[in-house]
Design a protein around this ligand. Sequence first.
Ligand code: HEC
Length: 161
Amino acid sequence: MLVAGLGCAPAPQVPSSPPAASAPGPNAVEARPRAAVAPWFELGKSFPNLTPTRISSAHAARGASAEIRVCPEAEAQYRSLVTDSEFADGTLIVEWLEDTRGPQSRRVLALERRDGAWHYWELDANGRGAELGPSSSCQQCHAAAPAPPVFGLPRKKAAAP
Ligand code: HEC
């Protein structure tokens, strides 16, 4: 299949801080690094919001309502999702969840298309978090999506007769 464009993930970043001066010795206990801010977090805030009215989310445990933002290159395809929709590498679909406590309660879930595969992310309000492995709970639910793993926007309910 021919996929146009390169999607809209940011270019890989070169770390701006110099490496630590002393390398840990062979017996050093590796400190668990503080989760880094996801490379696409800031960019993701500027993606078009496809849910001008917040939706009530299936991820209720992580926040009651959500908005979905999709990188501009994938917007048209996401809006008109069909079962065999395919997305280019670099596609990012981001769901911003929060509950009644407002932005401090924010959780950010994302689907990223990279190297021909889908990757799942879960971040906190500051964009810190991690990519989740393929056996995560995300994968189990999202396998049943209309264009796995992409659910797409909520379908409009048919007007009452
Ligand atoms: C209980 C089933 C379920 C689980 C578990 C789940 N999701 Fe979802 N997800 C959904 C449904 C249903 C939607 C459709 C929109 C909505 O209701 O929020 C969705 C939508 C999304 C979207 C918007 C893109 C789309 O598919 O249209 C993202 C991003 C997302 N989920 C990420 C995640 C991540 C990351 C995890 C794991 C931390 C996860 N989800 C776990 C059911 C689930």
